[in-house]
Write a protein that binds this ligand. Structure first.
Ligand code: ATP
Ligand code: MG
Length: 469
């Protein structure tokens, strides 16, 4: 299927449309950026490199975001110095890099990432024979790109016009090679060069387009948007570890709900979460509500500066995919609880093949799900033991999340809300009352006996998205 898709794509053997060779120089009377606004450390790095005779600029989000009045996440520096030359200038510098070499200059907790100008190695007919540095696969995807280049080359190989703005700290000028300032004004995400070719070179750019559109509240320019749906399956080729990193950026940047809408709109969600996408298709109301609520809660927690964990998020995104699997195993004669365990195991394994979720998250995902089995069992000392469980909080939040999506739990969320606030005596009474009722048994595997959603005001802490670990 992928092969067919790649064949159907126009030949990538074309050079990307060149960016301007001389930049538009935006002087400090034409923009609002002042050097004092930048991280002292980033400015120091640039000045030090400049004094040593190299070219150096702040680039990327560190220029784009301040132009929009947004505090940047971090500062990237682009320079003509090679990684070794950069390292020689700083005591606190480390050369790192999987896909390409970078230098991290450490200042306490702040890290300034310094990258040497690189060229977007053009695909040419003699690529196979005469190319020691960059290599591409049959679709034109860049597999290695450590070809150093000039500032102009560096501007051309960047993804979006708004990410190819270079801030000259000394002159407080912006060097704009690709009309990035204009696109910032028009609030557009636009790829540099031929969109299809740039996505083929690196399909993750499709995710980045969506991420920046959500983060900045920009539109994806129509030519940059057009090929995405068709090329979305190319994400299947991306190493699972890189996709996991991208997912964290997509969902933990404070705009997860909007990001989710865009991922679905551009059909990028399915290659990231195949089972979840299927569940979303099969039961859009329940699955959509649960996923959106989890993402909205995550955004809210980030806004409030509360900690968030990817485990809760993955637990929520995958949960709606469980019931079909549990039922399938039960149909084959497996009892409910083992069926739930087996389905959970398989689902996580499958997801890890796509997006390498590290063990430190898969374990809590399972614990949050296991907790859903245990929360209904409250007899004797069980309720108090559960309260002491380090995973109780996340499990309880997850229960409220399920209820808010319309799952029927027999008022379990309210019961636990009350129980946490009750005195010892009241708690004993609550447990006694349970004894007179029939204790819920069986599997807590997602059962969707839906109801209209409870309007009862919760007195306890509210559902919390990706709750603290
Ligand atoms: P943020 O840090 O807020 O996520 P950013 O734009 O700084 O946004 P980074 O991932 O830090 O993004 O990358 C820094 C810069 O490197 C980008 O602005 C872009 O110019 C370039 N870049 C990063 N990833 C790619 C890519 N896949 N293809 C081309 N250029 C890229
Ligand atoms: Mg950055």
């Amino acid at each position: 299927m992928l092969k067919k898709l790649i064949q159907s794509i126009r030949s990538p053997l074309r050079r990307p449309r060149a960016v301007r060779t001389t930049p538009e120089v935006v002087g400090n009377h034409q923009h609002s950026l002042r050097r004092e606004q930048f991280s002292r450390n980033a400015v120091n790095v640039v000045e030090r490199l400049t004094k040593a005779g190299y070219q150096a600029y702040i680039v990327g989000g560190g220029v784009r975001d301040p132009l929009l009045g947004i505090p940047p996440k971090d500062f990237d520096v682009a320079t003509s110095a090679t990684p070794e030359q950069v390292r020689a200038e700083f005591r606190n510098a480390r050369v790192i890099g999987r896909r390409f070499k970078l230098v991290h200059v450490h200042f306490g907790r702040e890290i300034i990432e310094v990258a040497t100008f690189r060229a977007n190695h053009p695909v040419t007919e003699d690529d196979d024979t005469n190319n020691a540095h960059a290599s591409r696969n049959e679709a034109g995807r860049i597999l290695r790109d450590n070809v150093y280049g000039t500032l102009e080359d560096d501007a051309q190989r960047r993804d979006f016009t708004i990410n190819a703005l270079y801030f000259d700290v000394t002159g407080e000028r912006i060097l704009d090679y690709a009309h990035g300032v204009r696109d910032i004004r028009n609030r557009l995400i636009r790829l540099i060069g031929d969109p299809e070719q740039r996505y083929l070179e690196d399909p993750v750019r499709m995710l980045r387009a969506v991420r920046f559109a959500a983060k900045l509240d920009f539109e994806i320019e129509k030519h940059s948007a057009a090929p995405i749906r068709r090329l979305a399956p190319l994400l299947n080729e991306i190493p699972s570890a890189r996709l996991f990193d991208e997912i964290l950026k997509l969902f933990l940047s404070g705009k997860a709900e909007r990001t989710f809408e865009l991922l679905n709109e551009y059909e990028l969600f399915a290659p990231l979460f195949p089972a979840s996408a299927k569940a979303l298709k099969d039961d859009p109301e329940y699955a959509g509500k649960l996923m959106r609520q989890a993402l909205a809660n995550t955004d809210e927690r980030i806004r409030l500066g509360k900690p968030v964990t990817p485990a809760f998020l993955f637990a929520a995104l995958l949960w709606p995919a469980l019931p079909a699997r549990v039922l399938k195993l039960q149909d084959r004669g497996m009892p409910p609880i083992p069926a739930m365990q087996e389905a959970a195991h398989e689902l996580i394994l499958e997801q890890c093949r796509r997006t390498a979720v590290p063990k430190r998250f898969t374990i809590p995902i399972r614990e949050i799900w296991d907790m859903q089995e245990r929360l209904p069992r409250r007899q004797g000392k069980k309720a108090d033991l559960l309260l002491e469980n380090p995973r109780f909080r996340a499990g309880y939040d997850f229960l409220l999340l399920r209820e808010s999506a319309g799952e029927e739990t027999g008022g379990l969320g309210d019961w636990w809300t009350d129980y946490q606030e009750a005195s010892d005596g009241e708690r004993r009474g609550m447990i006694r009352n349970l004894a007179s009722q029939q204790e819920e048994g069986g599997s807590a595997a997602p059962r969707k006996r839906r109801r209209g959603g409870s309007n009862r005001r919760r007195r306890g802490p509210r559902t919390e998205g990706a709750s603290s670990e």
